[in-house]
Design a protein around this ligand. Sequence first.
Ligand SMILES: Nc1ncnc2c1ncn2[C@@H]1O[C@H](COP(=O)(O)OP(=O)(O)O)[C@@H](O)[C@H]1O
Ligand SMILES: [Mg+2]
Length: 236
Amino acid sequence: MSDPILSVESVHVSYGRVNAVRDVSIEVPEGGLVALVGANGAGKSSVLGAVCGLVRPKSGAVRLDGKDITRWPTHRRVGAGLVLVPEGRQILGTLTVAENLRLGAHRRRRSAASESEMYELFPVLAERRSLPASALSGGEQQMLAIARAMIARPRVVLLDEPSMGLAPKMVDEVFSVIEKIRSTGVTVVLVEQNARRALRAADTGYVLETGEIAHSGPASELLEHPRVVEAYLGVE
Ligand SMILES: Nc1ncnc2c1ncn2[C@@H]1O[C@H](COP(=O)(O)OP(=O)(O)O)[C@@H](O)[C@H]1O
Ligand SMILES: [Mg+2]
């Protein structure tokens, strides 16, 4: 197998005396879709924080193309193509859809995609481009948050709970956009509490329990793993 585009190696994250992440290692192959699932508070966002430079791991390393980026500031990681869509979307409600997109492009000026490319990928945003982002539904705001990341032409996109709080129809749309992104060759790391949907979309999965990797492997195997089914999948 080829070397991973992104790897997390024995990362520990703590907040004061709270050890949020312990000895977590994750390998993300280029062009792959890796799901990181687990309960609320398991440490999923903290892992993403370490990957994109929002939290400094106490120990361990993060590598992009084999290069140690553990101490790089976030903007440098964005410049190298590693972009986060944060939990809770964090779009700017008073700015229009188009202005939010331009902010995303500004983060990677030289090689950013065009707004019109994003409207092709996210037609719902085209119709609403002049509206303030606060006028969008929750699902549309999530689309905008993803589009704002995609306009930076990421090589790896990290999605933190993109389906959280959305109506079932919008959850379907968000997952179909994730498939579309993946089909363009962009590598995806998907953090979800919706373990079943995430593992169905992914090639590889990691299950995080109280800061540690409890299970990992091909997503299709995790979907059948008795302990994973019992704790995270249940009856459909
Ligand atoms: N900024 C912070 N300060 C203190 N504790 C935090 C902070 N962020 C997260 N935690 C704690 O770290 C643990 C993991 O949180 P988090 O990574 O947000 O989990 P998840 O994303 O899986 O819900 C939790 O116990 C949470 O309370
Ligand atoms: Mg989280």
